[in-house]
Design a protein around this ligand. Structure first.
Ligand code: SF4
Length: 119
């Protein structure tokens, strides 16, 4: 199961997930409406999406992503990919900061997927 999750790659914002709003504006995903990459009425979606001159998009597409804090050293990053970058940006102003919504404890992160944590 873990290998399947690794193959999936975790959060795919800006790579395998996109958002085009009702006005044709393209965003990295539905949580990034405050970041507009272009408009499909003015430029082909493929061209907008492939344009990695936007630092945020370059970082989202990078492997590994330029994650910081807890996410940078997380043993589960290969199945998580830093989770929700929009949340990190909203809370800290830094899209590469650790995800403040990660609910896993340090102890849980170090365990193989599916292992139980002693109470
Ligand atoms: S610390 Fe949490 S959010 Fe960050 S990579 Fe690990 S599991 Fe994902």
């Amino acid at each position: 199961m873990r290998q399947r999750l690794v193959n999936w790659g975790g959060n795919a914002t800006g790579v395998g997930v996109a958002n085009i709003d009702n006005l044709g504006n393209v965003h990295p995903d539905t949580m990034w409406w405050h970041v507009t990459l272009g408009n499909v009425r003015e430029r082909a979606f493929g061209d907008i999406w492939a344009d990695r001159s936007v630092p945020l998009m370059a970082g989202l597409a990078a492997s590994p992503r330029p994650l910081q804090g807890r996410c940078a050293n997380c043993p589960q990053v290969d199945i998580c990919n830093g989770n929700t970058r929009a949340r990190a940006a909203a809370v800290t102003g830094n899209p590469w900061a650790e995800d403040p919504g990660c609910y896993l404890t340090d102890e849980e992160l170090a365990l193989p997927l599916g292992a139980e944590v002693a109470a």
